[in-house]
Design a protein around this ligand. Structure first.
Ligand code: ATP
Length: 332
C-alpha cells in the first residue's frame, strides 16, 4: 500500500513558486528520503504532508487521508509522528517525565521504558531537558516522535549535530523502526545518511523532482563508468600505458571504464611485467553524493543568485514557529 501519494503539488509564497508540480510516492514499510539543496522546497513539501501548511494545487494523500482537510487532519494527528527541528519541550522536566507526558497525548502509545531504551537515553532518564547535550536533545526529539507508535514517521534532518557514533546509533534506531513496520519519510543533507538508510530517494531542486529511485540507481549511478586512478610510475610516460588515461591531476592519472575488471587486468599485467607497482591505485563508482551534486549544482547556483524572498507571506504564517507543536496536542 502507498503511505504517501503526492501528485502535481503546488505551493506559492506570494509570487514565488516554491513547489512547482511535485509527484512522488512513499510505499508503506519503506524509508524514503527527500533530498535537495537549501531552498529546494523540502520543508514546504513536508509541512504540507504534516498538515501544517495548505497547498495551492495538486493532490496529497497521507495514509489515504488529505492532510489539508480538517477531519482527516485530526485523524492523521493520531497516526503520524514528527521529529522536527527545535521541538519545544519543558526545560525543567526530566527526560522520563517528558516522554511519559507525551505518551498521554496518544490513544495507544508505546511503553515509555521501551522508548527510552530505543533511543539510548537510559542513563539520562532522570536528567532535566535543559541539561541535555545537543545530540541527547535530538534523541529526545526522536523519542517524542515515536512514543505515539505512529504508522508513519516524518524525520526532518534527524542527525544534524550528532557525533559519528551517535549518528550510527540513530540510523540503527530508524532501521529498527522500519523493520517493526513504521513507514519513514526523512529529509537530510547527508548523502551517506541517505545511502545508509533509504530504500527510495527523490531529489527536489528548484521546486521540482529532478530524479528519483533507489540510492544505488539514482541518476543512472549503477550504469555509470568506474573511475580508475593511480600514480604514473616513475620513468613511464602516459603513452606507455596499456589503457587510455586522462592527464595527471594531483600526481594521479584517471581512466574511465565500463568494464573495470578487464581494464584493471590489462593495467596490472602491464605493471607486473615491468616490475613497477601502481602506487595509490583506486577504483571507484560515483558515490550518491557525486550523482546528487551533478543533479543539483545548477539549481544551487540559481538559488544562491536569486533574490532572497521574505518569509511570512504565507496565508498560514509562522508555521516555522509552530514546528515545535506536536499535532497531538492541538486536539486536546
Ligand atoms: P533547506 O534545506 O534550506 O531547509 P528547503 O528545501 O526546506 O530548504 P523550503 O524551506 O521549502 O526549502 O523553501 C523553499 C523556498 O520557499 C525557498 O526559496 C524559501 O525562501 C521559500 N519560503 C519558504 N517558506 C517561506 C515563507 N513562509 N514565506 C516566503 N517564502 C518562503
Amino acid at each position: 500500500m502507498t503511505a504517501v501519494a503526492v501528485d502535481g503539488l503546488l505551493k506559492k509564497y506570494g509570487d514565488h513558486e516554491a513547489v512547482r508540480g511535485v509527484d512522488f510516492a512513499v510505499e508503506e514499510g519503506e524509508i524514503f528520503a527527500l533530498l535537495g539543496p537549501n531552498g529546494a522546497g523540502k520543508t514546504t513539501t513536508m509541512e504540507i504532508l504534516e498538515g501544517f501548511r495548505q497547498r495551492d494545487g495538486g493532490s496529497v494523500r497521507v495514509l489515504g487521508r488529505d492532510p489539508g482537510d480538517k477531519a482527516d487532519g485530526r485523524w492523521l494527528r493520531g497516526h503520524i509522528g514528527l521529529v522536527l527541528q527545535d521541538i519545544a519541550v519543558e526545560p525543567y522536566l526530566s527526560v522520563r517525565e517528558t516522554i511519559a507526558r507525551n505518551a498521554g497525548y496518544y490513544p495507544a502509545p508505546r511503553d515509555t521504558d521501551e522508548v527510552i531504551d530505543l533511543v539510548g537515553l537510559r542513563e539520562k532518564e532522570g536528567a532535566k531537558v535543559k541539561d541535555l547535550s545537543g545530540g541527547q536533545k535530538r534523541r529526545l526529539d526522536l523519542a517524542l516522535g515515536v512514543i505515539g507508535d505512529p504508522r508513519l514517521l516524518f524525520l526532518d534532518e534527524p542527525t544534524t549535530g550528532f557525533d559519528p557514533g551517535a549518528r550510527r546509533g540513530a540510523w540503527e534506531v530508524v532501521r529498527n523502526l522500519r523493520d517493526a513496520g513504521t513507514t519513514i519519510m526523512l529529509t537530510t543533507h547527508y548523502m551517506d545518511e541517505a545511502q545508509a538508510l533509504a530504500d527510495s530517494v527523490a531529489v527536489i531542486a528548484g521546486g521540482r523532482i529532478v530524479a528519483s529511485g533507489t540510492p544505488d540507481t539514482l541518476g543512472g549511478r549503477d550504469s555509470a563508468l568506474a573511475r580508475i586512478r593511480f600514480a604514473l610510475p616513475a620513468g613511464a610516460a602516459i603513452g606507455d600505458l596499456p589503457i587510455p588515461v586522462s592527464d595527471a591531476e594531483e600526481g594521479l592519472v584517471t581512466a574511465e571504464a565500463e568494464e573495470p575488471t578487464a581494464v584493471l587486468h590489462r593495467l596490472t599485467s602491464w605493471a607486473l611485467e615491468r616490475g613497477t607497482p601502481l602506487e595509490r591505485l583506486t577504483v571507484e563508482q560515483p558515490t550518491l553524493e557525486d550523482v546528487y551534486l551533478g543533479l543539483t549544482s545548477s539549481y544551487a547556483q540559481q538559488d544562491a543568485s536569486s533574490p532572497s524572498i521574505e518569509r511570512g507571506q504565507d496565508p498560514a504564517p509562522a508555521v516555522r514557529g509552530r514546528r515545535g507543536r506536536r499535532p497531538g496536542r492541538s486536539s486536546r
